[in-house]
Design a protein around this ligand. Structure first.
Ligand SMILES: [Zn+2]
Ligand SMILES: [Zn+2]
Length: 198
């Protein structure tokens, strides 16, 4: 049997407790933005030109791909394609010249293009997903409550109003995503032949 002191402490822990920040399960990458900046070790930020200056064009084309394909194919496919481009057009040519070349993984591309570079379409897409997960959480925990004794259920009118606001905001963002952001695809793309490598 536990000593009386321990029992009291446990009961206290259960009663009180404090709220600390936590993350939604699908929004867990907030630290990566902080890594960027002075002393950033992202190979695409640091060695974007492969140390030669010659691959600025490749990096530009990787960005074009990012801008033009976001929302059309999976992000995973984009990052794989970008990593392949870097490997083929920066890393391998340098290695053939006997130069120690940086390698870039799809994971590097994910961090760089989703956290270090601003792609407004992807940002707005992430906001939409975040609002959506907030709504789910809200619906699960705030809107309906049930009396544990009588079983009677009760709706929270204020929570419903807040949920509706989230819903409206989400819809506005979706419209913006589908209209403004999707029409701008390819604008500002300087190269007429983005895939023509030599
Ligand atoms: Zn960086
Ligand atoms: Zn970067």
């Amino acid at each position: 049997m536990a000593p009386p002191g321990a029992v009291a402490a446990t009961a206290e822990d259960e009663d009180e407790g404090e709220f600390v920040p936590c993350q939604f399960s699908d929004d867990e990458e907030s630290d990566e933005e902080l890594e960027h900046g002075q002393g950033c070790r992202c190979p695409l930020c640091v060695h974007g030109d492969g140390g030669t200056g010659a691959s600025h064009q490749v990096l530009q084309q990787m960005e074009d791909i990012d801008r033009n394909m976001t929302g059309k194919v999976s992000d995973k496919a984009i990052w794989q394609l970008q990593a392949n481009m870097y490997q083929k057009h920066v890393t391998e040519p340098l290695q053939r010249q006997g130069i120690k070349a940086p390698t870039v993984t799809p994971e590097d591309c994910r961090k760089h293009f989703s956290r270090h570079r601003v792609n407004s379409k992807r940002l707005v897409g992430e906001d939409i997903k975040f609002i959506n997960s907030m709504q789910k959480q809200f619906r699960r925990t705030q809107i309906l409550s049930r009396n544990t004794l009588t079983g009677e259920t009760k709706m929270n009118a204020q929570a419903i109003r807040q949920w509706t606001q989230l819903s409206k905001h989400k819809l506005d963002l979706i419209k913006y995503y589908n209209n403004t952001l999707s029409k701008n695809d390819g604008k500002g793309t300087t190269s007429a032949t983005p895939y023509a490598f030599t």
